[in-house]
Design a protein around this ligand. Structure first.
Ligand code: AMP
Ligand code: MG
Length: 649
């Protein structure tokens, strides 16, 4: 209990908050102690169904491989003694025996002194022969004899019985994971069935009233069930037999029935969501009724992933993963995979790791082991690890990231310039050919599409215009997309460039007012009139943008000091503004034309924003940078941008 600490006071009064937050190490140790040692059941499997399984017992070779002495070449089986005196000047003639030993043909005649038998690669060496001469080293001498002009050493071109695998030899050890090489060894010995550790049957349930399965229509306020798919795949990746049983509503009786049913037919149950001990979060209460000893840890000092709940019910692990997909994924890999693999008889995961430098300070919460996803780019002498998280609710962080770094529970930050270990998501580092760091725009994907088709790896890291500019100044990217308005000069972007950076014009994005097409208050008005109309109606709610956004400057100018309802709703993206208006949470806001049109909203154009690139001059010659500049200037690139509603510069 040395690592436990007393709980922080609960922010909401009716929630029985986590009683004790365990350290990651402590929680894992207790979980494992409650589960192991245990008998690992095994089962026979056909070889063609055993890929990825762990052998449950040693396999001893039942036969010799090859089973007989075998010729390695096409040629003639001979007695080497007959050729002892052969040489360029002293050819030896051998009479041909009346048979040809093809593959799969057993010889019938011995090779007597002075004779030879034609033999194919893979043919069994006949009695009396102890060497093979290659056909290339012989000449025909009439119909029934050959001439040989070089000596043969005993055993030449012969593979002896058992030289590859000897009967009785330990072929594979228990615990070996069966891959294609192991399957090859087993097949060579004629083994069709192996005894393997039985894959643990793992039942998966998602919980939440808001969940809809992929493929079905999304209803208002609902989201797609992401964890169900993630956990199902991650279980299969780590040796489990995954059975996804769907999403269950937050209803205690319904959930309890589903959990009991799931657990009855499986070795392990993984739930996600509903672990925060909120009013609707009932899973942990149910677990307490499912079996002994019950909950082992509820609350682990992990970030993301604090609400993780680990339980053992009558010998079976029952886990509630946090609801946020990224949290679910990290906690699953860090805390559940070790246990699952052990139950599947598999060795611990061996993830590839690299050392990299962090370019910026990463703040971290003291007392929690923190995982931070990073994108790797190549620095002048080291790899650089860019934090790429969008918060624990963001799933796309995984797509952009190459791996993650870990900040110790006892550290409150990782200082800029630190060297750190990065665990890769892939077996090798894939250093991108082109690194784009800055403000993201859907137009960017259109321009980089041909580069991706040409096999170039393009990494685009969204950190906003100012973050991109800073990265460009440090030389950590090739291009920084920016849209920064300079109040003094009333121009975009150029005033922000410093030495070593060049401006590459990108495209223009029309900014304007969005409203629902059926809202008569804005019909036929220009932007100034529309804002006046909105301000005149106290029931009309706006949605703003965050401080620092180029769009925000335009909104503030139009409002001229007014602060209507909704002013403090300040989302950070063009899409969030459109969503707020489309979903009736606001009646108007400002966004860019392509986003307005994609959301089916009415749009009143106001002013064009310049989305350009700060090019790191030192990178200009790089082939991928040239490919990008070509794509940007190409007819195809310009047409794609125009079709999506942008205006190429
Ligand atoms: P909960 O712990 O149930 O309150 O969930 C925390 C957050 O994760 C909420 O925003 C949920 O909507 C979300 N969430 C829960 N389960 C899933 C899931 N299976 N897929 C995607 N998001 C989920
Ligand atoms: Mg929930």
């Amino acid at each position: 209990m040395s690592n436990t600490s007393t709980p922080k006071p609960s922010p909401s009064l009716d929630q029985d908050q986590f009683l004790t937050i365990l350290s990651r190490e402590d929680a894992l140790a207790r979980f494992e102690a409650a589960l192991f040692p245990r008998d690992l059941p095994s089962e026979p499997r056909r070889l063609d169904d055993a890929l990825g399984c762990a052998l449950a017992e040693d396999v001893v070779a039942p036969i010799d491989v090859p089973p007989f002495d075998r010729s390695n070449v096409d040629g003639f089986a001979v007695g080497s003694a007959d050729l002892a005196s052969a040489g360029e000047a002293a050819p030896v003639q051998l009479l041909l025996n009346d048979e040809t030993i093809a593959c799969g043909t057993a010889p019938t005649r011995p090779v007597l002194s002075g004779t030879a038998t034609a033999i194919a690669t893979g043919g069994p060496v006949p009695r009396g022969a102890d060497a093979i001469v290659m056909v290339e080293h012989t000449q025909p001498a009439g119909q029934r004899a050959i001439e040989v002009r070089r000596a043969a050493s005993p055993g030449q071109f012969v593979s002896y019985a058992g030289s590859d695998i000897a009967r009785g030899e330990a072929l594979l050890r228990a615990g070996t994971v069966i891959g294609s090489r192991e399957i090859g060894m087993l097949a060579a010995c004629g083994i069709a069935d192996v005894q393997v550790a039985r894959r643990p049957r793992v039942a998966i349930l998602s919980t939440g009233d808001e969940l809809v399965q992929p493929g079905e229509a999304l209803r208002p306020a609902a989201i797609y069930d992401t964890n169900g798919a993630i956990v199902t795949a991650a279980i299969a990746e780590n040796g489990g037999e995954a059975h996804f049983l769907g999403a269950i509503a937050d209803d205690e009786a319904e959930l309890e029935a589903a959990m009991r049913n799931a657990l009855a037919g499986s070795d392990m149950l993984v739930l996600s969501g509903g672990t925060s001990k909120g009013a609707g979060d009932v899973s942990h209460r149910i677990i307490a009724r499912l079996g002994k000893p019950g909950i082992i840890a509820h609350g682990v000092a992990l970030k993301p992933g604090k609400p993780l709940c680990l339980a053992v019910c009558d010998g079976k692990p029952v886990i509630i993963l946090p609801g946020f997909p990224t949290s679910a994924m990290f906690t699953f890999h860090d805390m559940i995979v070790p246990v699952l693999r052990r139950m599947a008889g598999l060795p611990p995961r061996s993830d590839a790791k690299v050392t990299a430098k962090v370019p910026v300070r990463i703040a971290s919460e003291l007392g929690r082991t923190e995982f931070v996803m990073v994108s790797l780019v190549e620095g002048s002498d080291t790899l650089i690890a860019y934090p790429s998280g969008k918060g624990s609710g963001a799933i796309t962080s995984f797509a952009q990231a190459d791996g993650f770094l870990k900040i110790d529970a006892l550290a409150d930050q990782m200082p800029a310039g630190s060297d750190t270990e990065v665990t890769l998501f892939t077996p090798h580092v894939r250093v991108p050919d082109l690194v784009i760091v800055g403000s993201h725009c859907t137009g960017l994907d259109l321009v980089t599409a041909p580069l991706a088709r040409a096999g170039l790896i393009v990494r685009s890291i969204a950190v906003g215009s100012l973050g991109g500019l800073a990265a460009a100044k440090r030389g950590e990217c090739d291009l920084a997309p920016i849209h920064l308005f300079d109040d003094k000069t009333e121009t975009y972007n150029a005033p922000y460039l410093t030495d070593g950076l060049e401006l590459v014009p990108g495209w223009r994005r029309m900014q304007g007012i969005v409203f629902r097409k059926d809202d008569p208050r804005f019909a036929g008005l220009d932007a100034q009139q529309a804002v006046r109309a909105a301000l005149a109606d106290p029931a009309c709610i706006m949605v703003n943008r965050n401080q620092g956004a180029g769009t925000r400057i335009l909104i503030d100018r139009l409002l001229a000091g007014s602060r209507p309802d909704g002013y403090w709703n300040q989302p950070r993206s063009h899409n969030a503004v459109a969503a707020a208006v489309a979903q009736h949470r606001a009646d108007w806001g400002m966004t860019i034309a392509p986003v307005a049109h994609a959301s089916g909203l009415g749009f009143i154009p106001l002013a064009e924003e310049h989305y350009d690139f700060a090019l790191v001059a030192a990178s200009k010659r790089r082939p991928a940078v040239q490919a990008f500049l070509n794509a940007l200037a190409s007819d195809e690139g310009r047409a794609a941008l125009t079709a999506a509603g942008f205006r190429p510069a």
